[in-house]
Design a protein around this ligand. Structure first.
Ligand code: 13P
Ligand code: SF4
Length: 325
């Protein structure tokens, strides 16, 4: 393991007075770079991004832009997806250690054995997977197009869904399918406390509960609206409610508050915390300082073999094609 792999980022001393926002903006211009950021990034990162989105929007943007360098402020699987869609571009990340517990919940060697038990099944994989799992899949989906992707198959088509059991069960409940589901989950979304949400709702009966489909079933059942990060943002802007209990990673609240400054957003509390919020520790590894260093030194970079890109990009492109229909 080299030094960069061990640390995950370039450990370079920078002047503490440096104006990261100014420097980042200059580096972007100089190098024809763009910053793509997920809604779970901290507010300061969302505010310097050229484009903010959910997983689907970010992959669409990664496939269609004129930059030479993409700085991906999100987690590893998202940057990998960007690299596969734009292999000729340099894709940088602020911190290689920004992984994903859900993507880690399925290993290619285990999935190969699992898949062998289900002949004649197609594999639909959530985008929160490694390139190796994507290469073993027929089509990828995100939380915003999962139902559309599954429904693009005929009713009698047998399907394996990986790796999120909560999203998989939710799709089954909405489509009447009986997909075989991998037993994976996201440690952030599994942490929301039903009891504490019920308590919050009692204290704020006028508030609407909105949830990401990675949440557990009891939370989804009591939610007024379920959707991807982009769908949740859209919902709070259009709905007449003034108060929302938000059951997804707390970074999204920055954008909700910007879009609707007069509305109130209460982060759904996790089971085991006193902070009252729910942060993805991987997403929150990224900082302005790391973005500045990554753009300046053009490292750490996402590198994938041509062989894996060739295989794994097929189900991603298939998703984009079905999604665009
Ligand atoms: P979205 O695709 O809804 O942005 O979700 C990504 C994610 O990682 C959820 O935990
Ligand atoms: Fe992965 Fe969960 Fe973090 Fe999303 S919130 S990136 S699914 S660990």
């Amino acid at each position: 393991m080299n030094d960069l792999e061990e640390k995950g980022y370039l450990d370079i001393k920078v002047d503490s007075n440096i104006d990261f926002i100014k420097e980042i903006n200059e580096l972007k211009k100089q190098k024809n770079a763009i910053i793509l950021a997920h809604y779970y990034q901290t507010g300061d990162i969302q505010d310097i991004a050229d484009f903010i989105g959910d997983s689907l929007q970010l992959s669409q943007k990664a496939a269609d832009n004129n930059a030479d360098i993409i700085l991906f402020a999100g987690v590893h699987f998202m940057a990998e997806t960007a690299k596969m869609l734009s292999p000729q571009k340099k894709v940088l990340v602020p911190d290689l250690k920004a992984g994903c517990s859900l993507a880690d919940s399925i290993k290619a060697e285990d999935f190969i054995k699992f898949k062998a038990n289900y002949p004649n099944h197609v594999v639909v994989s959530y985008v929160n997977t490694t390139a190796k799992i994507k290469a073993l899949s027929d089509v990828v989906c995100t939380s915003s197009n999962a139902i559309k992707i599954v429904e693009s198959f005929s009713k009698d088509q047998k399907i394996i869904f990986t790796p999120d059991k909560n999203l998989g069960n939710y799709i089954n409940s909405q489509t009447g399918r009986n997909m075989v589901i991998w037993d994976g989950a996201c440690h952030v979304h599994e942490q929301f406390s039903l009891e504490k949400i019920i308590e919050l709702k009692k204290q704020n009966p006028e508030a609407k509960i909105i949830a990401h489909p990675e949440c557990k079933k009891p939370i989804l059942i009591m939610s007024d609206f379920i959707g991807s990060t982009a769908a949740l943002l859209d919902y709070i802007s259009k709905d007449s409610a003034e108060k929302f209990i938000v059951a997804t990673e707390s970074g999204i609240i920055h954008q909700m508050q910007k879009n609707c400054p007069d509305k109130i957003f209460i982060p759904a509390p996790p089971i085991d915390s006193t902070c009252g919020c729910n942060d993805c520790n991987f997403m929150k590894l990224n900082t302005l300082k790391k973005i500045y260093i990554a753009l300046k030194y053009e490292q750490p970079e996402i590198l994938l073999s041509d062989e894996i890109i060739k295989k794994a990009v097929i189900p991603i492109r298939r998703m984009l094609e079905i999604s665009g229909k």
